[in-house]
Unconditional design. Structure first.
Length: 313
């Protein structure tokens, strides 16, 4: 499901801070999105995290405590969702929660507006073959929905800050900054994926989209699967890495489509740093390529009256 709240935050961040380019916009938004702060995007992310977050840790910690009521199960679940695959059951396991207390924590975090559900589109083998005798693994398989964070900063907090709580309290910032340096590309990938879906659906705005979001089942995961009313299928993959995407990624996504028995109307690839010349030569009706600067389409205008709800406001 397209996250329109994220789009409002993305636009708000842009028109408040005016970063020089879209790669910077996406990188900095992935950390500070959802905060109504002035962000100097000419400074490095590490410097900003140091001065705006770590040096104000006590104040921010109290605000996070208010949002979570200081409840350990709520915070463990947020941590598990931030670093894991976003699937509810695996997050419960990672957080040491069961369906009872995990479900209660999930409900509270939803009601508080910190997370939203992304419902699976997988069809259980039992539904496909009601009378057939299923393999043991298929019979026991549980379809798990996923969760995405309403505010990028909350995910950043529980991805990088919360695990380093003791060191930060003692004034030792090196570990969290080193951790961020090592993993910030991997961390940003999820926000990039969500923004990529927004861009794709923006470009399909004249079509009637009936289903959109990531797709996952027991065997296959696809970053974006969008279906329109006239049964046009758009399959997308997103790569937030420091190298260009080459033809191998196209082979991988074609393989996934074959395993799902779908014939895409168009394959759509999103890349932080662009594409190989071979792949660029293949772009056309069946293959669309988007790099960072194409996300300017999402901030062409600042809608009048747009006032997205922000954290800590």
């Amino acid at each position: 499901m397209t996250n329109l709240r994220l789009l409002e935050q993305f636009r708000s961040f842009y028109f408040k801070n005016y970063p020089d380019d879209m790669e910077t916009q996406i990188s900095y938004f992935a950390v500070f999105g959802g905060l109504d702060w002035d962000i100097d995007t000419t400074k490095s992310l590490k410097e900003l995290i140091h001065t705006l977050v770590l040096e104000n840790f006590d104040e921010l910690y109290e605000k996070v405590q208010e949002l979570t009521l200081g409840d350990k199960s709520y915070k463990r679940l947020l941590r598990a969702l931030a670093v894991g695959d976003r699937k509810i059951f695996s997050a419960f396991n990672r957080a040491g929660l069961n369906n009872g207390n995990g479900g209660a924590a999930l409900n509270y975090l939803q009601e508080k507006g910190l997370i939203e559900m992304e419902y699976s589109r997988e069809v259980h083998p039992r539904q496909e073959s009601p009378k057939a005798k299923l393999k043991r693994a298929d019979a026991k398989h549980r379809i798990s929905h996923k969760v995405f964070f309403t505010y990028p900063f909350i995910r950043f907090w529980f991805y990088f800050i919360s695990p380093n709580f003791k060191a930060i309290q003692e004034g030792d910032f090196e570990k969290v900054l080193e951790d961020f340096e090592l993993r910030h590309n991997s961390y940003t990938s999820l926000v990039y994926e969500e923004l990529s879906e927004l861009l794709l659906n923006y470009n399909l705005r004249d079509a009637h989209i009936i289903s959109s979001g990531s797709y996952w089942d027991a065997n296959v995961e696809i970053d974006i699967l969008t279906v329109t009313e006239n049964q046009r299928i758009y399959v997308g993959e997103c790569k937030w890495t420091n190298h260009k995407i080459n033809k191998k990624e196209l082979h991988k996504i074609n393989d996934k489509c074959q395993r799902l028995n779908i014939v895409p109307t168009q394959i759509v690839l999103f890349s932080k740093r662009g594409f190989s010349k071979e792949l660029e030569a293949m772009a056309g009706v069946n293959l669309a390529l988007y790099s960072s600067e194409d996300f300017k389409a999402l901030v062409k205008s600042n809608p009048k009256g747009s006032n997205p709800k922000m954290l800590f406001s």
